[in-house]
Design a protein around this ligand. Structure first.
Ligand code: GKR
Ligand code: MG
Length: 418
């Protein structure tokens, strides 16, 4: 095994960073988002990974003595570490990502950290390890949310309130002015469908020609989804998770003129055969955090190309290590058909765990780092600060529903709702 490739130590540090009151079908984002920062240490290097911050992701499998090249063994060790563990909602969004891929979720940040070290040893960026860059700038979409002006009891945040079409258009203007995004996604499932259809039409008028998407996180019945599809014909590039489950999506797909995308109905390899058989979804939203890392996400991309499904990328609240990993993966995926999702605009600039300046935003995208590995390094002071914030914030898992019920006790996360 190449010198310096043996894993000597694993460190997992939970962190919390400020989040804004973003609404979705299961409630509202809490004042902090949680992540776990994974470090794999070898004799003379270290690699980084980032994952969900819920407690299920804070236990380290014992990987000491294994080579960073032996990711098959690392996968096995992750599997072993989960034996007898029946936790189901590791990402804190029960229902938004299923339990089918727990090992894949646990393995993912360790694989990313190993690839980071492999790149550092070889002197090449992770995108080269994945087969080479097919694009040097990865485009992301403006990810809009209905939101409150600020968390109750706190001052308004920089984006302010967005509870109607005018507010959503204002939010889009602000985000696009700042980042230059060239596609827009609206998180729906918050207001009655007609209101969200109207918001998409307002965006269409305000930003003619910009590709649009609407994602209600399965809050609509099949009938409602068909109605929305008829209203948004020729206006959205895809409808994301309109109705629950593969069967619901298949029923909508039979009538919808636009492709249907998912990060809820098909979230593990075992979901692909029934979905393909029914032509339930036409766009898979890949996400290396739950599809088992960067290489398995490439396998997913290959399957999509064989079965003539298109590929886009899903996100959750995240920091810079994840953005770097997403960017390398997207750079090395030829059949990525749409601008990727990112929650990046919703975090404070100064809150991250990486040394500033490594990831450069330009014209709606991130320049793919060309230095060895992921191209991001830990800022230990910032890591310590966000860890302290984790210890003080009192949260150990994401729970949008309970937070919403503090202010709207009657709120029900039941879906489909309309
Ligand atoms: O951040 O509220 C949110 C999103 O709803 C997120 O949790 C979803 O996983 O962005 C995701 C999606 O596309 O469904
Ligand atoms: Mg989605």
């Amino acid at each position: 095994m190449p010198q310096g490739s043996t894993i000597r130590k694993i460190a997992i540090t939970p962190v919390a960073f400020h989040d804004m009151p973003l609404l979705n079908s299961v409630g509202i984002h809490e004042p902090f988002a949680l992540r776990s920062i994974i470090e794999i240490v070898t004799d003379d290097s270290y690699g980084l990974g980032e994952s969900y911050g819920d407690s299920a992701h804070l236990a380290a499998p014992s990987l000491e003595g294994i080579s960073v090249y032996d990711t098959n063994m690392i996968y096995k060790m992750c599997q072993n570490s989960l034996e007898g563990d029946d936790s189901t909602d590791g990402d804190g969004m029960a229902g938004m990502v299923t339990t089918a891929s727990v090992t894949d979720k646990v393995f993912s940040p360790f694989e990313v950290a190993c690839l980071d070290i492999q790149g550092k040893i070889a002197g090449i960026p992770v995108s080269d390890i994945l087969g080479g860059r097919v694009r040097s700038n990865v485009q992301y979409s403006a990810y809009l949310f209905y939101k409150w002006a600020g968390h109750p009891g706190q001052p308004d945040d920089e984006y302010g309130e967005a509870l109607d079409s005018a507010g959503i258009v204002r939010q889009a203007e602000k985000m696009i002015n700042r980042y230059g995004f060239k596609a827009i996604k609206l998180k729906g499932g918050v207001f009655p469908p007609a209101q969200e259809v109207e918001a998409i039409k307002s965006l269409h008028t305000a930003f003619p020609g910009i590709p649009l998407r609407l994602d209600p996180n399965a809050a609509w019945t099949v009938e409602t989804s068909k109605w929305v599809a008829s209203q948004l014909e020729g206006i959205v590039e895809y409808l994301e998770d309109p109705a629950p489950e593969i069967e619901g999506m298949a029923a909508v797909a039979k009538e919808a003129s636009m492709p249907l995308a998912t990060n809820m109905a098909v979230v593990a390899f075992s979901h692909l055969p029934p979905s393909v058989a029914q032509d339930a979804v036409q766009v898979i939203l890949s996400d290396h955090h739950f599809w088992g890392g960067l290489r398995k996400s490439q396998t997913l991309a290959a399957i999509c190309s064989i079965w003539k499904m298109r590929l886009s990328m899903h996100s959750n609240s995240h920091l810079g290590i994840s953005l770097a990993a997403m960017t390398h993966l997207a750079a090395a995926t030829p059949n990525l058909d749409y601008d990727c999702d990112t929650h990046w605009p919703w975090k404070r600039d100064e809150e991250d765990v990486i040394i500033e300046g490594a990831l450069k935003w330009k014209d709606g995208g991130v320049a793919v780092p060309t230095v060895p590995g992921l191209g991001v390094e830990l800022d230990r002071e910032k890591l310590a600060r966000l860890h302290q914030q984790y210890l003080e914030c009192g949260m150990t898992k994401r729970d949008d529903t309970t937070y919403m019920r503090k202010f709207r006790p009657e709120f029900s996360p039941h879906i489909p709702r309309w």
